[in-house]
Design a protein around this ligand. Structure first.
Ligand SMILES: Nc1ncnc2c1ncn2[C@@H]1O[C@H](COP(=O)(O)OP(=O)(O)OP(=O)(O)O)[C@@H](O)[C@H]1O
Length: 452
C-alpha cells in the first residue's frame, strides 16, 4: 500500500464511519509506510488515540486497506514517538518535535515535544523538588500523590517536566493511556462535544485514560461550565486511582475565579513549585545546550566567560536564555566568526537591553524591611532611631544602585524625604561597606536576592 492509495481510500472510510468520526479519529492518522511483510504503519498523536482507533476502527480500516492493496496483512497504529524510534537510526535523545498531524484540532491530546525529556532537563536548587516529584510520578508505581500540581513562572520548565513524565511513562509501559493537553484544549474539546452533542463520548474518553495531564490549568479560571466538567473528570479519575498531573503559572490558592471545591481538589495531592532560576542553574542549562550543539558542530568555539556573562545577564526565563544561545549559534555560523563577547554584544543587544533587571522601589523596600525584620511603615515613616534609619539607608542605596530613579523620586517614595537625605544615606552606606564587613555582606546579599 502506498501513501496515495491510502489517500484515495479516505472518502470511502469517511462514508463508512460517518463524517464526525472520520474527522475526529481517522483524518489525524498519518500514513507512514508499508513494510516488506505487509504491515501498514499509521501514526497517531497519542497512545490513547492509537488504542482507541485500533479497538474501534482497526478491523474496518484493515478491511478497506486490504481490499485496496492485496499485499497488506496487518495495521500498526502507533504514536509518533514509537514510530519515529523505529524509523530513525539514532534516536538519542528523542527525535525532534513530534510533528502535529494534520487535523490536529480534532485530536484529544497535544503532541509531545521530543526534546522535553528528563535527559535534557537540567536540575538545580530551584527545581530539584519539582524534578524529584516528576520523576517519582514518571516511575508509574502506585499513585502516591494525586494530583501532582506543578507551578512556576513563565518559561521555568513546567511543560518540559510534564512532557518528560509522559515520555517516561509511555516508554515504561507503552499500553498506558497517557493524555496530555492544555487546559485550553480541554475547554475546546468540551465545547465541541457540547456543540456536537457528544458529551457521552467526551466523558468516556476522558474517564478512560490512565494518566491525565493538564497544562496551564489557570486558563479555566472564570469559565464556569468548563470548570464543572473538569471537576467531574478529575473526581472520576481520582476515584479510579488514576494519576493526574496539573501545571499552572501560580499556586492553587492564587488562581482567582477558581471554584473553591476545585481549588481544594488541586491542593489535595502534592503541590510543588519551580522557583526562578539561579545563576548556577542558568549556567548549567547553557553548558548542556552547548554540549548538545557541539556534538553536531565539533569545531564550535566559545570564548571563556561568554556563557557566564549570559547566565548572569539573562535572568528572566529559560526560554529567553535558550533563544539567546540559538541566536548566537546562528550568527556565528552566518558570519563564520567564533563566539566571543563582541559577537554577543552585536547579536544580542536587544535581548540584553530587555533583560536589564528592573527592580522596583517597592520590591527593594519590602525585601530590606524583611531582612532587618522591621515593618515597612517604619522604614518609610519619620522615626530616626538607628534600628530603622540604617535599613532605610540600605534601601535607599539599593534603589540608587538598582533602579534608574532620580534622588528626588527616591526621596518621595521614602515618606517624602528630601533628595539630600537620600544622597546622604547612599554615601553613608558606601562608606560603611568599606568599613563594616557585616553591612557589606548584608547589602551584597540583598542585591543578589533582588537581582535573582
Ligand atoms: N531545567 C531545565 N533544563 C533544561 N531546559 C529547560 C529547563 N527549564 C526550562 N527549560 C527549557 O526552557 C523552555 C521553556 O520551558 P517550558 O516550556 O517547560 O516552560 P513553562 O514553565 O511551561 O512555561 P510557560 O509558563 O510559558 O508555559 C523549554 O525549551 C525548556 O526545554
Amino acid at each position: 500500500m502506498t501513501k496515495d492509495q491510502w489517500g484515495a481510500l479516505q472518502d470511502q472510510i469517511s462514508k463508512a464511519v460517518g463524517h464526525n468520526n472520520y474527522k475526529t479519529w481517522i483524518e489525524p492518522l498519518r500514513f507512514v509506510g508499508t513494510s516488506a511483510d505487509g504491515i501498514v504503519s499509521l501514526q497517531a498523536p497519542t497512545n490513547f488515540f492509537s488504542n482507541y482507533v485500533s479497538q474501534n476502527y482497526g478491523d474496518l480500516l484493515l478491511q478497506h486497506v486490504s481490499r485496496a492493496s492485496h499485499d497488506v496483512r496487518k495495521l500498526d497504529i502507533k504514536v509518533a514517538s514509537a514510530l519515529a524510534e523505529t524509523e530513525v537510526a539514532a534516536p538519542q535523545p528523542k527525535p525532534a518535535r513530534a510533528a502535529p498531524p494534520s487535523g490536529r484540532d480534532n485530536l484529544p491530546g497535544a503532541p509531545l515535544d521530543g526534546r522535553f525529556t528528563f535527559d535534557t532537563f537540567v536540575v538545580g536548587k530551584p527545581n530539584e523538588l519539582a524534578h524529584a516529584a516528576a520523576k517519582r510520578v514518571a516511575e508509574g508505581g502506585p499513585v502516591s500523590f494525586n494530583p501532582l500540581f506543578l507551578y512556576g513562572g513563565v518559561g521555568l520548565g513546567k511543560t518540559h517536566l510534564m512532557h518528560a513524565i509522559a515520555w517516561e511513562l509511555t516508554q515504561r509501559n507503552p499500553h498506558l493511556a497517557v493524555l496530555y493537553l492544555s487546559a485550553e484544549q480541554f475547554m475546546y474539546r468540551f465545547v465541541q462535544a457540547l456543540r456536537e452533542r457528544k458529551m457521552m463520548d467526551f466523558k468516556e474518553m476522558f474517564r478512560s485514560v490512565d494518566v491525565l495531564m493538564v497544562d496551564d490549568v489557570q486558563f479555566i479560571a472564570g469559565k464556569d461550565s468548563t470548570q464543572e466538567e473538569f471537576f467531574h473528570t478529575f473526581n472520576a479519575l481520582v476515584d479510579q486511582n488514576k494519576q493526574i498531573i496539573i501545571s499552572a503559572d501560580r499556586a492553587p490558592d492564587e488562581i482567582k475565579d477558581l471554584e473553591n471545591r476545585i481549588r481544594s481538589r488541586l491542593q489535595s495531592g502534592l503541590v510543588v513549585d519551580l522557583h526562578p532560576t539561579d545563576y548556577e542553574l542558568r549556567l548549567g542549562i547553557l553548558q548542556t545546550k552547548v554540549e548538545g550543539y557541539r556534538a553536531m558542530h565539533p569545531d564550535l568555539h566559545i570564548d571563556d566567560g561568554v556563557l557566564e556573562f549570559l547566565a548572569h545577564r539573562i535572568s528572566t526565563n529559560v526560554r529567553v536564555l535558550e533563544g539567546a544561545l540559538t541566536r548566537l549559534f546562528a550568527f556565528a555560523s552566518l558570519v563564520g566568526k567564533p563566539i566571543n563577547m563582541d559577537l554577543v554584544q552585536d547579536s544580542l543587544a536587544d535581548v540584553l537591553r530587555a533583560s536589564e533587571r528592573k527592580v522596583s522601589i517597592d520590591e527593594i523596600q519590602r525585601k530590606v524591611a524583611e531582612h532587618y525584620n522591621i515593618r515597612l511603615s517604619d522604614m518609610i515613616g519619620p522615626k530616626r532611631v538607628r534600628n530603622f534609619a540604617r535599613p532605610r539607608q540600605v534601601a535607599m542605596y539599593l534603589c540608587k544602585q538598582l533602579t534608574s530613579r532620580s534622588l528626588p523620586e527616591i526621596g518621595r517614595r521614602f515618606g517624602g524625604r528630601d533628595h539630600t537625605t537620600v544622597m546622604h544615606g547612599v554615601r553613608r552606606i558606601e562608606e560603611l561597606r568599606q568599613q563594616d564587613g557585616q553591612i557589606d555582606e548584608d547589602v551584597e546579599m540583598l542585591r543578589r536576592a533582588l537581582e535573582a
